[in-house]
Design a protein around this ligand. Structure first.
Ligand code: 4AD
Ligand code: MG
Length: 444
């Protein structure tokens, strides 16, 4: 008999033929001398209903079923498989199995079982959505003429200068400065931006989408030690507005594709995890400046844990307040204090207050989703800033980019897990990545 995936069987074109499916038992219901078994193999949300004579089947076991595919008499499913053979490939002890039949386990509960939670409906929906979003990001950029760059995971630069680096050395070796494996200190990347800047100087429009690492100590609901970042860099870009258009376009088009291709999974997710959650289509455009944001925060009567003054960094509580203040819509915040931003940010020389041409995108439920900026393209200003930090030798190659055929450019990074949190309404970032890594936790 023909082997089909559950999603293929459900299409119904094989009704009447003998087929075999393989998968895991999602539910077992017995009625008289029949078992109604739902089998799922992860290919889609809906399980295949198996009708079998009462036998030895348990919730969670892996099975191979052979029989005739029939039109189902019930409206709940288009087809069902009349089994004449059920092969229990791998049994499952229901007493020991962490998930119980007919129980709806919350995300907090299933998170305790990172090797098992993909067997639950909600988590497997999330994984299909994540996969579709990832594919949508690649097609989004490809369709718009961006070249994908595989930026390195191991690097000697600290792009963000925030001191959150994981150092890389062979295991069991000392880290005496002159005995480094690479002869220089090497780290897991915090951002592929500087490598993208190199490539934007040849391909104009480039992007990268891969894992990035930060030794964040916070146990927050929106930080991981390993997360995926989508980064884009565009040459011949002169204004923040050009950049914000690219960010908005990315968000809108990827979201549209995901909602379209995974509507069943998204619906289930919203039903079970985030009732009432919707990704609206309005935005606050063009956005507000950092200075306006500080005014809004200072004028509010809200009691912040961190009080605000011009020059301070925006905390999560401030970002969330600003999003609410703006009607619970995505909002760009532009022109941050120059001293808050890394060496690469472009100095707004014409502003009365000392600011950089940097922009963050804040979104409902999450706060900061994207961070970006125009890059300092004036050789003298960049040299001076690097010299001030004692870094002009380390970044001589970076200065070369401004010496030889330099073009004004800018780019941004979007946290992929935060993006999923935002469109799905997920409170904890650990629930949108298969295997979360954070301080004091590296399970599996
Ligand atoms: O704002 P960030 O630090 O910007 C950069 O790294 C730039 N070099 C990007 C660029 O311009 N090419 O990080 C970008 C985004 C943040 O807005 C946030 O969404 C996400 O990455 N992010 C994290 N997500 C999960 N866990 C963490 N620890 C994160 N740190 C940043
Ligand atoms: Mg940032």
């Amino acid at each position: 008999s023909k082997k089909l995936r559950v999603s293929e069987a459900l299409e119904g074109s094989d009704v009447g033929s003998n087929i075999t499916v393989e998968g895991w038992v999602r539910s077992v219901r017995s009625q008289k001398d029949h078992l109604f078994v739902h089998v799922n193999d992860g290919s889609c949300l809906q399980p295949l209903q198996i009708v079998a004579s009462s036998d030895l089947l348990t919730f969670g076991s892996a099975v191979e079923v052979t029989g005739c595919l029939k039109q189902s008499p019930s409206r709940k499913q288009p087809v069902e498989l009349l089994a004449d053979q059920i092969n229990v490939v791998g049994g499952c002890d229901t007493l020991e199995f962490p998930f119980k039949i007919k129980e709806r386990h919350g995300l907090d509960y299933v998170r305790q079982y990172p090797h098992m939670r993909c067997r639950t409906n909600v988590f497997s929906s999330m994984m299909r959505i994540r996969s579709a979003a990832s594919a949508a990001i690649h097609s989004h950029f490809t369709e718009r003429g961006f070249i994908q760059i595989h930026t390195p995971v191991i690097t000697s630069n600290d792009c963000e200068g925030a001191g959150e680096l994981f150092q890389v050395e062979p295991s069991g070796q000392t880290t005496e400065p002159d005995k480094n494996f690479f002869s220089v200190p090497a780290f897991l990347t915090v951002s592929g931006q500087l490598h993208l800047e190199v490539m934007s100087g040849a391909f104009s429009r480039v992007y990268t989408f891969g894992p990035t690492f930060r030794a964040e100590n916070s146990q927050s609901r929106r930080h991981l030690a390993e997360f995926y970042m989508v980064e884009a860099e565009l040459a011949f870009t002169q204004s923040l507005e050009d950049l914000t258009k690219v960010m908005e376009d990315l968000f809108r088009s990827v979201t549209e594709q995901v909602l379209d291709r995974c509507s069943e999974d998204v619906d289930l997710f919203h039903q079970r995890v985030s009732p009432g959650h919707r990704v609206g289509s309005s935005w606050v455009l063009p956005g507000i400046s950092y200075t306006e944001a500080i005014d809004i925060l200072n004028r509010s009567s809200h009691n912040f844990v961190f009080p605000t003054t011009w020059g301070c960094d925006l905390q999560t509580e401030h970002e969330k307040f600003l999003v609410k203040h703006c009607g619970n819509l995505p909002v760009f915040v532009t022109d941050y204090p120059y001293d808050l931003k890394p060496f690469y940010a472009r100095d707004n020389l014409d502003h009365p207050l000392h600011t950089a041409a940097a922009v963050d995108l804040l979104v409902p439920g999450v706060g900061e989703l994207c961070g970006g900026s125009l890059r300092e393209d004036r050789l003298d200003l960049l040299t001076a800033r690097l010299a001030q930090a004692g870094m002009e030798d380390t970044y001589d190659w970076y200065l070369d980019l401004r010496r030889f055929g330099s073009a004004p450019h800018g780019g941004f990074g979007m946290g992929f897990e935060r993006y999923l949190q935002c469109i799905l309404g997920v409170d904890n970032i650990k629930d949108v990545i298969p295997f979360p890594r954070f301080s004091h936790s590296c399970q599996l």
